[in-house]
Design a protein around this ligand. Structure first.
Ligand code: CTP
Ligand code: MG
Length: 184
């Protein structure tokens, strides 16, 4: 598995749950504000109306289901690494999905603190925190998984470089399909 191209493609593939969680939250979101509508000390919303529990939980679980399906395919038709078992896949996808939406929430918290309103363009704050937090969750809570599929230079570079344009493309699509009010 030393081939850097394989490592990069494999890393991107295993990282799909983290990408998918962000988009899935748009589908399930809208109910039960995560900050219960409350303001922070600075008088601005803690997170804003764009962060809901239905988005956080629904998005994480939907992305985990999709991830299990994809990882299952790889397990049955081993094109990449032949990982150990279903627990590996299950905890891996859960950590990437929940990590992704936890990072997304942190990104919104920071946006509110620097005065960007809900839905306002956050540039890298819309794209980087979810990626880093997904990687961090995997590395912290399941290092064996992280090391196996993500912890190599080609995979990490490709994930961080491909994420912003991919995220942007998905958001433009969501906007065109009237699922989102703004194209970012
Ligand atoms: N969403 C949600 N709950 C989440 C994340 C997302 O309900 N935890 C839904 C919301 O409907 C949100 C949409 O997905 O409007 C798009 O997500 P995102 O772009 O992250 O939110 P924004 O509305 O842009 O808000 P923010 O400025 O806080 O990022
Ligand atoms: Mg947004």
């Amino acid at each position: 598995m030393a081939d850097p191209v394989i490592q990069a493609i494999q890393g991107l593939f295993f990282f799909i749950p983290a990408f998918a969680a962000n988009s899935a939250a748009v589908l399930t979101g809208g109910r039960w504000k995560m900050d219960f509508g409350k303001n922070f000390f600075d008088g601005r919303r803690i997170l804003g109306d764009g962060k809901t529990w239905s988005g956080y939980l629904g998005g994480s679980l939907l992305a985990s289901a999709l991830g299990m399906l994809l990882y299952g395919l790889i397990f049955l038709l081993p094109v990449f690494v032949n990982y150990p078992d279903a627990y590996f896949a299950l905890f891996g996808v859960l950590l990437l999905s929940f990590g992704s939406l936890t990072g997304d929430t942190l990104g919104s918290f920071i946006k509110r603190r620097i005065g960007i309103d809900r839905g306002g363009k956050g540039y890298l704050l819309d794209q980087i925190p979810f990626v880093l937090m997904a990687l961090l969750f995997a590395a912290l809570f399941y290092f064996q998984f992280f090391r196996y599929v993500l912890f190599n230079i080609p995979a990490l570079i490709v994930i961080v470089v491909i994420t912003p344009p991919l995220h942007k493309a998905v958001n433009v699509l969501g906007y065109k399909l009237n699922r989102k009010d703004v194209p970012w």
